[in-house]
Design a protein around this ligand. Structure first.
Ligand SMILES: Cc1cc2nc3c(=O)[nH]c(=O)nc-3n(C[C@H](O)[C@H](O)[C@H](O)COP(=O)(O)OP(=O)(O)OC[C@H]3O[C@@H](n4cnc5c(N)ncnc54)[C@H](O)[C@@H]3O)c2cc1C
Length: 282
């Protein structure tokens, strides 16, 4: 079966779930979201400490390993990445930590209009449902639940006290005015359950008639007509190849490893490396 869509989103991870939600909020947009992994039905995904069961599990993790690294005495190490609805947000450490104000301002200084701290802060607030309530830095009522740690152990309290004795200021909110100091984590959980990007952003949107979510769909290639993207090709679980035509845009949100890989498989990337891998550069 070949399809068409206005927007094709590759990868249903942290970013892809948000993009698919926002684009399909407009009923005029026909959106197809393609995810290489399956649905997030594994119960360990939703239990915060369940990442001990999901990381390194090929059913939900790409199970990458790094090349041997001279800086690690030649060792290679595991490099987990989520392969399931929610992507890495379905198996990550749940810590809600924003970047530094200066990081975003530097992005804007580099020419990225709309990415400065004053631009992103209202969006952080809008997306958030902060257990502590709304203030200058936090929002409530958004799709992404942010909670305090439910368990506070004496050893953690002792560690925080020791850090203060060593001169580090106590910071009750490292996502607030200042990131410096020592304090307790904020977590992307609601009532003790993981609030992944799929739970926060896909679940509320998944019944929209203009959003089609296709799981077990491995995008093999972005299709081009000259230098213009026309759609994507993907492989389903049964080994069948499909093509989808994009009337407007293809959004590549396959994560830090797979997005560049998908570009390279499509002939986009450093010419010498493409040729080494037998791919004809664009
Ligand atoms: C083990 C671990 C712990 C982490 N802990 C934290 C933490 O505590 N706090 C924090 O803020 N961040 C944490 N992170 C980082 C955070 O989870 C990631 O930065 C974030 O999820 C990346 O989002 P993304 O959308 O770029 O990619 P991902 O969420 O990885 O999503 C990419 C999606 O694209 C899919 N995909 C890839 N290739 C294809 C293809 N060819 N066809 C179809 N689909 C494809 C993947 O299967 C995946 O679902 C952690 C990450 C890991 C792996």
């Amino acid at each position: 079966m070949d399809l068409d869509a206005d927007f094709i989103v590759i990868g249903a991870g942290s970013s892809g779930c948000v993009v698919a939600n926002r684009l399909s909020a407009n009923p005029q947009n026909k959106v197809v979201l393609l995810e290489a992994g399956g649905r997030d039905t594994n119960p360990w995904i939703h239990i915060p400490v369940g990442y001990f069961k999901t990381m390194h599990n090929p059913a939900v993790d790409w199970c990458y390993r790094t090349e041997p690294d001279p800086g690690l005495n030649g060792r290679s190490i595991d490099w987990p990445r989520g392969k399931v609805l929610g992507g890495s947000s379905s198996l990550n450490g749940l810590l809600y930590v924003r970047g530094q104000k200066e990081d975003y301002d530097r992005w804007r200084q580099m020419g990225n209009e709309g990415w400065g701290w004053d631009d992103v802060l209202p969006l952080f607030k809008r997306s958030e449902d902060q257990e502590r309530g709304a203030d200058e830095f936090h929002g409530t009522g958004g799709p992404l639940a942010v909670s305090n740690m439910r368990i506070q152990r004496p050893i953690c309290d002792a560690w925080v006290a020791a850090a203060q004795e060593a001169g580090y200021p106590f910071n009750p909110d490292y996502n607030g005015a200042d990131q410096e100091g020592v304090g307790y984590f904020q977590l992307t959980t609601r009532n003790g359950r993981r609030c992944s990007a799929a739970v926060a952003f896909l679940k509320p949107a998944r019944n929209r008639p203009n959003l089609q979510i296709i799981t077990n769909a491995l995008v093999e290639k972005i299709n081009l007509d000259g230098r213009r993207v026309t759609g994507v090709s993907y492989l389903d679980k049964a080994g069948q190849h499909h093509t989808i035509t994009a009337r407007r845009e293809v959004i590549l949100s396959g994560g830090a490893i797979n997005s560049p890989q998908t570009l390279m498989l499509s002939g986009i990337g450093p010419a010498d490396q493409l040729q080494t891998n037998g791919i004809e550069p664009l």
